[in-house]
Design a binder for this molecule. Structure first.
Ligand SMILES: Cc1ncc(C[n+]2csc(CCOP(=O)(O)OP(=O)(O)O)c2C)c(N)n1
Ligand SMILES: [Mg+2]
Length: 351
């Protein structure tokens, strides 16, 4: 394991319940399934992009699956998330439809944005996924706004804002954290510290030891966890989500992880060595680690895991077939969906 691993566990460090130790077989396997679904989706997208089936830009979430998985396992369908340019994992874990995601990546009419948005614009309000975002740091104020709406409505929903280590130095980060803290909004800011912002290592743009340390400046709890250990993320996420749901306000959760693939598909990756990537891949792969963790616990579920993997491969292949077979948008539709309606023009189903 690498020196980025955190020992002792998050439960011991922060004196919070070790909730993951109470998960039953179905719940544990559900974590495995979600991580594997994200990984399989992403590896297929990579190949499809290289085979020129997918246009534009794609930023893959390979290696970071434990973050979205551990976090989303604590959320309900009616909770909100805001995502990033590296958003496929968030969307899959929050319950977005793979068919519509894949079709969107292909630029097809059946996609989430009718093929006009691509990877960085996937959103599905029906499952609380408020959108990927091409603007680094663009999700903070949307999440804070969602948190504000929850307070106004008086519901017990929460909003989760995912953002990168590079994004943590945007001004909007501080505005939203302060706003959420002042109004005690049910917002959890989840930092995916994957060691790089494009080509810049995290040390090049973050002055504190941990991004989680910044929480102190706003008087809210901050925790740094091993983001490649889905049980650690689960425990910390549960703590943060439960307190936000109980009206105890926002929190900042830093998940230390690593981007196994390039910043985007096609990245020449001159800013890091192959050895570094290889080390993370072989010693700290979140999916492999969770598999090992289950085995160490005496949970001999290899048959169940094989079944999950087979079903997932089929699910992703079905999404690819759906995208392949779907129609292209008509050129005449190019200018549709660009502007919202004025309130008087809302169609009846939106009113
Ligand atoms: C406001 C803004 N500035 C710069 C960019 C270009 N850009 C895209 S991704 C990225 C790096 C983001 O790094 P990080 O927040 O760590 O996320 P990661 O890519 O590592 O997931 C940059 C600078 C952008 N999209 N938006
Ligand atoms: Mg980063």
């Amino acid at each position: 394991m690498t020196d980025r691993m955190i020992v002792p566990t998050v439960a011991e460090r922060y004196k919070i319940p070790n909730a993951s130790s109470k998960l039953n077989k179905d719940e544990l396997l559900a974590l495995y399934r979600t991580m594997f679904r994200i990984r399989t989706f992403e590896l297929n997208v990579e190949q499809l992009f290289l085979n020129k089936k997918i246009p534009g830009f794609v930023h893959l979430y390979v290696g970071e699956e434990a973050v979205a998985t551990g976090m989303m396992a604590n959320l309900r369908k009616d909770d909100y998330i805001t995502s990033t340019h590296r958003g496929h994992g968030h969307a899959v874990a929050k319950g977005a439809e793979m068919n519509r995601m894949m079709a969107e990546l292909f630029g097809k009419k059946t996609g989430y944005c009718r093929g006009k948005g691509g990877s960085m614009h996937i959103a599905d309000f029906s499952v609380g996924m408020l959108g990927a975002n091409g603007i680094v740091g663009g999700g903070y104020n949307i999440a804070a706004g969602a948190g504000m709406s929850i307070n106004v409505k008086g519901t017990d929903q929460v909003a989760v804002c995912f953002f990168g280590d590079g994004a943590s130095s945007r001004g909007t980060f501080h505005e939203a954290m302060n706003w959420a803290a002042v109004y005690q909004l049910p917002v959890i800011f989840v930092n995916e510290n994957n060691c790089y912002a494009s080509t810049t290592p995290v040390e090049g743009c973050v002055s504190t030891d941990e991004i989680a340390d910044r929480a102190e400046g706003y008087g809210i709890p901050g925790m740094a966890v091993d983001g490649n250990d889905v049980t650690e993320v689960y425990d910390a996420a549960k703590f943060m989500v439960d307190r936000a749901r109980n009206g105890e306000g926002p929190g900042l959760l830093e998940c230390k992880t690593y981007r196994i693939k390039g910043h985007f598909v096609g990245d020449p990756e001159r800013y890091r060595t192959k050895d570094e990537v290889q080390k993370w891949q072989s010693e700290n792969d979140p999916i492999k680690r969770f598999h090992e963790y289950l085995a160490e616990q005496g949970k001999k579920w290899d048959k169940d895991i094989e079944k999950i993997e087979k079903e997932t491969e089929e699910e992703v292949q079905a999404a690819v077939d759906f995208a392949e077979k779907s129609e292209w948008p008509d050129p005449e539709e190019a200018l549709e969906d660009l502007f919202t309606f004025s309130p008087n023009e809302f169609p009846p189903e939106v009113k």
